[in-house]
Design a protein around this ligand. Structure first.
Ligand code: UDP
Ligand code: MG
Length: 297
């Protein structure tokens, strides 16, 4: 049942045992001070540490915390989708479990949702991540804006707010690989972006290796644009044109390496899309829930 004034907080959790006690202490206090109905939905995304028992313990202190326990690791964005599906509030806020997103910023987001914005995007102010991640993100934000046609300043910050209307639309999207901030942006009518503070991860490790980060960027790119495929076609035409000219002047060999590189890359990009089509047509469930801990269960 939906509640008109309720706020739903959605938190994906993967091996965050060291962060959870402080997270819930700070989050409960922020939410109690807002003086309106709320629920917290934590998704245990196949943690191998004691994240689940810790959350069940926290539930005893505050039954407004609900825990969705996945039977494996399905990824951060998939976990958030499961949280969206079971959310009942008319405002939904996502948050990382590692305290890089301070829960104290939540009231600013609810205020903007109250004032009629349907998506509250965020930009990490003085971002506390490695130089490499910061520069890579800058570059990626720029490329993604070109490719998707959005103008977001920080795709990666997950402390964001959404209206019920936006979440209902997202819940209708059945795609396997997705990227939630971009999906919300696509459907937003009156979005806003604000700066929020960001903290260093003081406990536990980032769950994203370089390889996993790259895969996530491919998810974002392929889910929102056909631009890379169209580029291949244009490139192909240009190469063909250049070939005609070079042949006319009798130039050979050196271009072969260049062409081989372009062809292999193009096959790879085409493969990224084909692979995702394959994932979609198999129609496997996106995630499997072992158990939901709610009410007095
Ligand atoms: N996370 C998850 N499943 C995963 C990877 C991450 O639920 O497969 C959660 C993680 O516990 C954290 C959030 O997603 O709450 C962001 O992950 P992380 O802090 O490792 O990412 P980073 O801040 O390094 O981008
Ligand atoms: Mg983090």
């Amino acid at each position: 049942m939906l509640n008109d004034n309720m706020i739903s907080i959605v938190i994906p959790v993967y091996n965050e045992e060291e962060n959870l006690p402080e997270l819930f202490r700070r989050l409960f206090s922020v939410m109690e001070n807002l003086n309106r109905p709320y629920e917290i939905i934590a998704i245990n995304d196949g943690s191998k540490d004691s994240s689940l028992p810790i959350m069940l313990q926290e539930r005893k202190r505050n039954p407004k915390l609900r825990v969705i326990d996945f039977n494996g690791n399905f990824g951060q964005h998939t976990a958030i989708i499961a949280g969206f599906k079971s959310s009942r509030g008319n405002q939904i806020i996502t948050l990382d479990a590692d305290l890089q997103n301070p829960p104290e910023e939540i009231p600013r987001i609810t205020e903007l949702l109250d004032s009629g914005h349907d998506v509250v995007g965020t930009i990490r102010k003085k971002r506390k991540d490695s130089i490499f991640r910061r520069y890579a993100s800058k570059l990626i934000n720029r490329i993604m804006n070109k490719v998707t046609g959005f103008s977001l300043h920080d795709y990666g910050c997950m402390l964001r707010g959404y209206s019920r209307g936006i979440i209902d639309i997202i819940n209708e999207c059945g795609e396997v690989s997705t990227f939630i901030p971009a999906l919300a942006q696509k459907f937003a009518v009156n979005p806003v972006e604000i700066e929020v503070s960001h903290e260093a991860r003081t406990r536990g490790e980032s769950k994203y290796s370089l390889f996993r980060l790259i895969r996530l960027q491919f998810d974002l790119m392929t889910a929102f644009s056909l631009f890379p495929l169209q580029m291949i076609t244009i490139l192909g035409m240009m190469i063909f044109g250049a070939g005609v000219i070079l042949a006319a002047f009798g130039v050979g060999h050196a271009v072969n390496f260049l062409l081989a590189g372009i062809i292999v890359t193009s096959t790879g990009i085409t493969g990224e899309y084909t692979g995702r089509i394959y994932q979609e047509v198999r129609k496997r469930p996106r995630y499997v829930i072992r158990k939901i801990y709610e009410g007095d269960k």
